[in-house]
Each structure stands twice: as C-alpha cells, then as structure tokens.
Write a protein that binds this ligand. Structure first.
Ligand code: MN
Ligand code: MN
Length: 464
C-alpha cells in the first residue's frame, strides 16, 4: 500500500475549478506567445509594469522604500522582480525559474543551397538536451533578433500567424529506411542533419547564378527585413515548433505545448508574485527568471552570473545610508529558495525507469524533489529536512496540493537544476515544480491541475 496522493480534480471545489480553468487559459496564452527567452522577458516586464513595478536603475534615482516593486532585465534574456521588504538583511524569499528551452539555434553562417536537390536550407546547432529525431516532420517557426551592419536591431518572427509560411526538417521515408531503422536512436538523425528547409524557387535567376534559390531568399529578406547574409553572424535566431499550445483530451484536462520546461514554473512564478497579498512584507520577495539553464546555467544571463547579486547590492545601497558588503552577504545567506523547475511525472508507457511510489503523479499537484542529480545524487542540492518541514507547513496552511517525486529510478539517468548555485550562498533551497510527460520533446505534456497547484504553491510561499 503506497502513500495515497490527492487528485486535484477530485478534491477541489467547483469555484476552484473555475479559477483553475481561468489560470490555464492565461498560461496557455503565455506559452503560445513566449516562444523564446527574449519574448518571455518582454511579457514578464509588460505584466510587471502593469502591476506597478519600476525599473531598478530608475528607481535608484528616485529612492527605494519597503513595499516598492522593482524589476531589472539582464541583456534582454533574464529578468528579476522584487517586492522590497522591511529589511533586506532579514533575507529574501526567492522563486527561481528558467525561461530558456531546448530548441534549435541557427548557425552563424546558416544559409545553404543544394543545387542538385533544388532546395535551400538553414543550418542549425541544437541547444540543450534533445532527441534529435523529434525535430523532423514538424511545422517550425523562426524567432529572434538580427543586427544589421549599421547597428539596426531587426526582430524576426515568422511561422506563428495562420497565413505565415512555416519551415520543416525532413526525415527519410519509411520505404527506404531499412538501414536507418537499425541505427541507435541517438544517430537516426544526427546533429548536422537538422537542416531547415526554407525554399525551392530559383525562378528569375539566369543559369550562371551559383545559388539561385538562396539569392531569391536573400532578396526577400533584404526587402522585408533589411537584412543581408552576413548579418546572420550577429544574430540569435531560434527554431521552435510553430503554433499555439492546445488543450488535450476529451475532458481538456491537459495542455500540450512547446516549452513547459520551464515556462510552466516561470508563469506560476510571475503570477504567484503579482497575485500575492497586498502590503509590505518583512522579507523581500523575489521572482527570478534565468536563461541558459538547459546548457548548464553558464554565461552572463545564466544563474551562475553575478547579475542577481549585483541587483540586490544596488537595492541595498539605495536604501541604506552606507553600503556594506556584510549586509549583502546577510541578505543572500539568510534567503530561502524554491528552485522552480519541472520534473518527470510517472509515465505508464515506461514504468521500468520509475519507482512508482516515489514518482510525481500527473494531476496530484506540485512536486517537491528533495534531490535531483545522477549517480548517487551527484551534483544535487539535496535539501535539508528542516527546510522541507518549513515548506510543508507553508503549503499545508494554504491548502496547496503537493507531492514528493524523484526524477526516475536510482541510476536510471538524472538531471540538474539551478538549486545548487543559489545554495552556494548558504541559502535554504529545495527543488519544487511541475511534473510532466515528454520533457524536452518539441511539444511537451502537462496537467492543468499541476500547473494551477504550482501557481498556488509559489503564491503561498510569497505570502508566507
Ligand atoms: Mn528545467
Ligand atoms: Mn530541462
């Protein structure tokens, strides 16, 4: 007999179910429009400003008081929101989520034409952990920025509107796949084969033109966007599945979409902070949205960057008469964190990789993971029992439906989060996020019930 878990849909009231459906609609809208970390930052900033948040550098000139709502963006790909408490040196309550998602990035020199095949392509380099064969045979969109030689920033978004063209990566037809199907899944489609079809029209060019399809496409890009081939060297363009998130099932209880990992926790983080109770908190409340988690949290917009610490220093130095390094260390060291990231929900198609009784179950609420890691908890934060008890109390007092879950069986594999990076400051940290299926697939699957309880959990933490 295993510990019985509460099923969210069974136990919540009709009124709560309405709120759950409203929240799911809002989340699906976010998931459908925040297709890249840059787009997520834009939406988070817009919603924060509407809720009265001010940009930190501007706020530093005007002065900062307890109760103030402040945000700061890092290089358009990372953002942090603060509700400033009575005394920063008491420590902060931080929910840390990430807004980057596994996908395909265009190479710096992406355009290629196969004259024999009569097709033009964009070359890609995949980002994060993906099963490469997942990315074939899907309608794809392009999102990103390109800088022209004269310094103009061009935003590129193609493939989401119904009448937009989409892009495509072809796979070998089944009829000729006898050899391919004998390969290991890892090599069925290889990295260099993830080339995106972008056209096949060579009309209007004479025979002497070397790459006529490419020439036509470049002429189109010049006319529509003012960009030239060498501008792609100063660009970040991401290839993602085209189209919006969708409800799944006759009962519409699930959501399929690109980037649940980790936008399901990121949206819950945003809404959790914006919907917290009014009033000046004792401890500063922080919603952190970082980039680069999927490639190890490195880089200036990842969690290992000092950006967050410097932002806290800026707030401290604005509020106090004299800035002290000791105050900063106390603010950081006395903080507690929910490392807001997704986990694997039990998948009945693959029971062999799960210990059922220690698995996150779909529809049974937010999942607390004491540890992640691999090979004997390697690289894991492994939260303190004392801190787990503290979080349980917060969740229980607010009626949050939660469960514990390990990321699969011992030695079945593993994964990491940003938890250990914040723990370095001596913060109390625990991994706490949404269980889901098909993690890191181009389109992932999650339960509306778990999305909603994730939001309620983060809100309870911000209200505590
Ligand atoms: Mn994640
Ligand atoms: Mn991930």
């Amino acid at each position: 007999m295993t510990l019985k878990k509460q099923k969210v849909f069974e136990v919540i009231s009709d009124r709560e179910r309405e709120l759950l459906e409203d929240y799911s609609r809002d989340y699906m809208e976010f998931l459908s429009t925040a297709k890249t970390e840059r787009m997520a930052v834009d939406i988070i900033v817009r919603e924060a400003e509407e809720a009265g948040f001010r940009e930190l550098t501007e706020a530093m000139e005007e002065g900062i008081e307890p109760g103030d709502k402040i945000y700061r963006v890092n290089k358009n790909k990372m953002v942090v929101l603060f509700v400033v408490g009575q005394d920063l040196t008491l420590g902060m309550d931080i929910v840390g989520s990430h807004i980057d998602v596994p996908r395909l990035d265009l190479k710096p020199i992406p355009l290629a034409e196969d004259g024999q095949a009569n097709m033009a392509y964009l070359k890609t380099h995949y980002y994060g952990g993906v099963k490469k064969y997942h990315w074939t045979n899907l309608p794809l969109a392009l999102h990103g920025v390109v800088f022209t030689k004269d310094g103009k920033k061009v935003d590129l978004h193609i493939g989401e509107k119904v009448d937009d063209p989409v892009f495509y990566i072809n796979d070998l037809l089944i009829h000729l796949s006898r050899k391919q199907l004998e390969k290991k899944a890892d090599t069925v489609i290889e990295g260099e084969q993830l080339q995106v079809v972008i056209g096949s029209d060579s009309s209007g060019q004479d025979d002497k033109v070397d790459e006529p399809i490419k020439v036509n496409i470049l002429a189109y890009l010049k006319k529509e966007y003012g960009i030239e081939e060498d501008d792609f060297q100063c660009a970040e363009i991401e290839v993602v599945p085209a189209g919006p998130a969708r409800e799944v099932g006759f009962d519409r209880s699930l959501i399929a979409g690109h980037g649940h990992d980790d936008r399901i926790c990121s949206y819950a983080n945003l809404r959790g902070l914006l919907d917290r109770k009014e009033g000046v908190p004792d401890r500063t409340k922080v919603a952190l949205f970082v980039d680069k988690e999927e490639i190890g949290s490195v880089g200036s917009t990842g969690m290992t960057s000092n950006f967050f610490e410097y932002a806290v220093a800026d707030i401290l130095s604005t509020m106090k008469d004299s800035y002290s390094e000791l105050d900063l260390k106390r603010a950081m060291g006395r903080s507690r964190v929910l490392s807001a990231d997704v986990t694997a929900a039990y998948d009945p198609q693959f029971p062999e990789v799960f210990d059922y009784s220690n698995s996150s179950l779909l529809g049974c609420g937010i999942t607390i993971s004491k540890y992640t890691g691999s090979g004997g908890k390697g690289g894991s934060n492994d939260a303190n029992a004392e801190y787990l008890a503290e979080i349980r109390k917060i969740f229980d007092e607010d009626g949050v439906i939660w469960q514990t879950g390990e990321l699969g069986k011992v030695d079945a594999g593993g994964g990491g989060t940003i938890a250990y990076i914040l723990a370095k400051y001596n913060m109390d940290v625990v991994d706490c996020g949404t269980g889901m299926l098909s993690m890191h697939a181009p389109i992932e699957l999650a339960s509306k019930a778990d999305a909603y309880e994730t939001y309620r959990a983060y809100r309870a933490f911000f209200n505590a």
